[in-house]
Ligand binder design. Structure first.
Ligand SMILES: Cc1cc2nc3c(=O)[nH]c(=O)nc-3n(C[C@H](O)[C@H](O)[C@H](O)COP(=O)(O)OP(=O)(O)OC[C@H]3O[C@@H](n4cnc5c(N)ncnc54)[C@H](O)[C@@H]3O)c2cc1C
Length: 618
């Protein structure tokens, strides 16, 4: 007998409604396999669950562009894009995946345009393209205009377009449901584990839902909230990655977190790389355009890790500046000088950047210098997936697929970004590999169409998990009356503390001592405090503190994995700068770290196909 809160059986449940989740839904429903199924009268049951109303997903904040070698503004070639991606990722990139990324980028962008994305245009009507750090022509010779853009609001365009397409297709959304558990069960005949479904809190009603599914795709975005200074929105608490850890799965390369060089001081809000692509220059307190010294030839448009580290080096050398809003505060910023960009061009191509600077810093970029500092921006690592989005585990020197489980977008790691992502490559990753994962799920559904048929075994596993979660919810809501209720603590204070600890220990650079100290704080203080948090209000419906408690628990769990993986990698590569191991070490660490919740780290070799590792000269 099904309990009341047990949802029906879904063929596919997609968790997340950003570029990756929506692309997956469209890829699934529009695939030829689905058309055939529908023609035979079978309607697959698909549900997209999102903790936010879909249009509030972080994808909507993406500013600068999406990379593709369309060659509209200058000659370009997908092989150059492929090479730049591998090199930008400091050779930790799986080259089979990066090759697909570059090869299918033009098709992905054209498809977005056909669906309704209003790209900026060249005078001849073609999609306009701009320069972005690390994108070059002819294998590193000189910068190339590769990022297709829509003023500085590309993400807004993409998110709205994909969502409208989903609405037109009748995709079913469970909006403002918060997924709390990924439920796996043992596969048949001792095979590897397979997915059974998810548990979610419907935040409107306060009910816990048991959602059984034959296929689950996680597309929950990044985890910038691990750090105090971040460009990420409040929702990016790494839920999907933490759900995977809690389900006993490994994460790949989680030590690689990209710090974007130009966060507006001291808010962390992103000022797009487009500001430098359009002519903005970084200057130290003496007015020197210092990037030419660190990265001759590439200067302000060198790869992001290089620029972030150069800023920190200037600050360490005493050439930083204070935020004019806090003149006596720390001199931990440098200037972004946009005064050389013609005013009309600035308003036309960088409206978002200009508006942000005016609104949050009370400065006019046409005549004022703007204080900036590196801000946590992107998680390169995540849930390990193959190029069809299937989640796997690394064991005994081989990949073992978790039956029915998929992931895409920023929460996943197909390893196209390696140790450092190039600008414009993540929207591309989310759209392309999201679509591919959707199609792969469709093909599997078509192979064995049993839509709507409940599977009694999986019902047990999901039902059990949902009951346990329901009990935990009741305990959270019991407040001071509940056992060990910590009513003087709250999740927001813990999140702020965690952000500070992680920032001190691991932002832009780290060493064994900083990592060990942070791990001790997480394990000794933050984790036990997070465990006993209780909600201050006893109702389940629309109680945001409940989800915040689960989010901070997720962040702490993920933070531990990030610190453990950073500690295990005794080298510096891409975004990870170990001051105690300053060199890249290809002999030992040309490998992906695979970290689980127990703190065990194993190493998976990198797929090298066309480009053997070279020294990185900038
Ligand atoms: C300010 C900013 C600017 C950027 N600019 C660019 C750019 O110019 N070019 C580029 O290529 N990339 C850019 N990026 C990166 C890029 O936008 C993201 O990597 C990409 O949009 C991620 O898409 P996603 O679908 O994986 O995740 P998101 O868009 O973050 O969506 C995550 C989804 O998961 C849902 N979710 C999360 N947890 C749960 C849960 N527990 N239960 C239910 N639902 C859940 C959320 O509701 C949301 O719908 C930028 C990022 C930022 C922050």
């Amino acid at each position: 007998m099904s309990p009341k809160h047990l949802e029906e059986m879904y063929d596919a449940v997609i968790v997340g409604a950003g570029a990756a989740g929506l692309s997956a839904a469209l890829g699934l429903l529009r695939s030829p396999a689905m058309a055939e199924l529908k023609a035979n009268g079978t309607e697959p049951k698909v549900l997209v669950i999102s903790k936010l109303q879909p249009l509030r997903s972080h994808t909507g904040s993406a500013e600068g562009g999406i990379a593709a070698s369309l060659g509209n503004a200058e000659a370009d070639d997908w092989r150059w894009h492929y090479y730049d991606t591998v090199k930008g990722g400091d050779w930790l990139v799986d080259q089979d995946a990066a090759k697909l990324l570059a090869q299918y980028a033009p098709e992905t962008v054209v498809n977005l345009e056909r669906q309704g994305v209003a790209f900026s245009r060249l005078d001849d009507g073609h999609i306009a393209q701009r320069r972005f750090g690390g994108h070059t022509r002819d294998y590193g010779k000189e910068p190339v205009k590769r990022a297709a853009y829509a003023a500085d609001r590309i993400g807004h365009q993409i998110l709205h377009t994909l969502w409208q397409q989903c609405v037109a297709l009748g995709v079913r959304f469970a909006e403002e449901w918060y997924v709390t558990d990924l439920v796996l069960e043992d596969g048949a005949d001792g095979a590897d584990r397979r997915v059974a479904g998810v548990v979610a809190l419907d935040t409107h009603s306060g009910q816990v839902k048991a959602v059984r599914a034959r296929h689950v795709l996680l597309a929950t975005g990044g985890a910038g909230r691990l750090f105090h200074t971040t460009s990420n929105s409040w929702d990016l608490t790494g839920d999907g990655m933490a759900l995977a850890l809690a389900a006993g799965l490994q994460l790949e390369d989680v030590e690689f977190v990209q710090f974007h060089p130009t966060g507006l001081a001291h808010t962390g809000i992103l000022l797009s790389e487009a500001a430098r692509a359009e002519g903005g220059v970084l200057r130290n307190k003496d007015g020197e355009a210092f990037m030419e010294r660190y990265a001759p030839g590439h200067a302000d448009l060198a790869a992001r890790d290089v620029v972030s580290r150069s800023i920190m080096a200037e600050v360490d050398a005493g050439r930083g500046v204070a935020d004019p809003k806090d003149p006596d505060g720390p001199r931990d910023c440098v200037w972004l000088d946009m005064t050389g960009i013609p005013a009309e061009r600035m308003e036309g191509t960088l409206p978002q950047v200009v508006e942000t600077i005016r609104a949050y810093a009370d400065l006019d970029p046409a005549k004022d210098l703007v204080p900036v500092k590196p801000t946590a921006h992107y998680t390169m690592g995540g849930i390990p997936v193959d190029t069809d989005g299937a989640v796997y585990q690394w064991r005994d020197g081989a990949r073992h697929t978790v039956e029915g489980l998929f992931a895409a977008g920023e929460c996943s790691c197909v390893s196209v970004h390696g140790a450092n992502r190039l600008g414009g490559n993540s929207l591309l990753d989310a759209c392309l590999f999201g679509t591919r994962a959707g199609r792969a799920i469709a093909a599997r559904i078509a192979e064995a169409p049993v839509a709507g048929e409940p599977d009694p075994t999986s019902a047990d596993a999901v039902d059990q998990a949902s009951r346990a979660r329901g009990e935990q919810l009741a305990q959270l809501l019991a407040g001071a009356d509940g056992a060990n209720g910590a009513m003087d603590d709250n999740p927001y204070a813990l999140m702020a503390r965690l952000g500070g600890v992680m920032e001190r220990a691991a932002a832009v650079r780290c060493d064994a001592a900083s990592l060990a100290a942070a791990l001790e704080e997480l394990r000794g203080d933050l984790e036990p405090r997070a465990e006993v948090l209780r909600a201050h209000e006893g109702t389940a419906a629309l109680n945001q503190e409940v989800t915040a408690i689960w989010e901070v628990r997720h962040l702490v769990e993920l933070g531990e994995a990030v610190l453990v993986a950073s500690d295990a990698r005794h080298e510096s590569r891409g975004s990870l700068k170990r001051t105690d191991f300053p060199e890249r070490d290809d002999e030992r660490f040309l490998a992906h770290s695979m970290t689980d919740a127990s703190g065990a780290v194993s190493w998976q070799p990198v797929h090298i196909e066309d480009y053997p590792p070279q020294a990185r000269e900038y």
